[in-house]
Design a protein around this ligand. Structure first.
Ligand SMILES: Nc1nc2c(ncn2[C@@H]2O[C@H](COP(=O)(O)OP(=O)(O)O)[C@@H](O)[C@H]2O)c(=O)[nH]1
Ligand SMILES: [Mg+2]
Length: 220
């Protein structure tokens, strides 16, 4: 099993929404998707062990481009614009989604998608829409419940249950590390088809190693 990644080099390779300017290198890419304020920048900084590499902000909607982060001169983590930001015009939102959806469907280098949802809340309509699109694309994906330090263990059962209820018929998840949620958290029956999920905290570092492991398996 791949080991947790040691970050030797980290660079912003490209920030753009123009597909013509996406990197031309043959490196694989892992995309990170989630609504504004879900904790995407905090998660990236935790993965990178940097205080403020990806920008953390209380003002949602800051990330307006796709940011390609070159890791160890070997692969890219691709930071999508956060969605669900009310102040965005319908026009802007539509054009973002067109670009992101095309990227998910067509980008040869894309090796997996990390979809973030807030552990405290049921997925939003837009979360469900995004997850549906990712699932239909048949890309490997993982669901990461963010801000896990803010919920109790019992609430983890609820989060997984509620998530699966919200995406029923579209996708299904089962926690990777059953120890963190107990056996009840894992879907029984046709568990083979379930996408992996994990709980993550930028505060405690929970989930960091498991997420790196999943990423490394995709890019090897
Ligand atoms: N308690 C806690 N707060 C978090 C965590 N991750 C993010 N936050 C807070 O949630 C807010 C939004 O985080 P940010 O990373 O900027 O979200 P983004 O808009 O998705 O990039 C900030 O106030 C963060 O401090 C976490 O794991 N635990
Ligand atoms: Mg951000």
């Amino acid at each position: 099993m791949p080991q947790v990644l040691k970050i030797r080099s980290l660079a912003v390779a490209c920030t753009t929404l123009d597909p013509a300017r996406f990197p031309k290198s043959p490196w694989k890419e892992i995309a990170v998707s989630g609504r504004s304020n879900v904790g995407k920048s905090s998660l990236l900084n935790t993965l990178f062990e940097r205080k403020n590499f990806a920008r953390i902000s209380n003002e949602p909607g800051k990330t307006r481009t796709m940011n390609f982060y070159a890791v160890n001169d070997r692969f890219y983590l691709v930071d999508f614009p956060g969605y669900g930001f009310a102040r965005l015009s319908a026009e802007t939102r539509k054009s973002w989604l067109r670009i992101i959806d095309a990227y998910i469907e067509e980008r040869p280098a894309l090796a997996g998608v990390v979809q973030l949802v807030d552990a405290r809340h049921a997925p939003s309509e837009e979360d469900v829409e995004r997850i549906g699109h990712i699932a239909r694309s048949e890309r490997p994906f993982i669901v990461v419940f963010t801000k896990a330090d803010k919920i109790s263990n019992d609430d983890r059962f609820r989060a997984v249950r509620e998530f699966n209820a919200s995406v029923e018929g579209i996708a299904r998840i089962a926690p990777i590390d059953k120890r963190s949620v107990g056996d009840k958290g894992a879907a029984g029956g046709s568990a083979r088809a379930a996408a992996p999920a994990l709980f993550f905290s930028a505060k405690t570092g929970e989930g960091r190693e498991t997420l790196w492991r999943w990423i490394m398996e995709r890019i090897l």
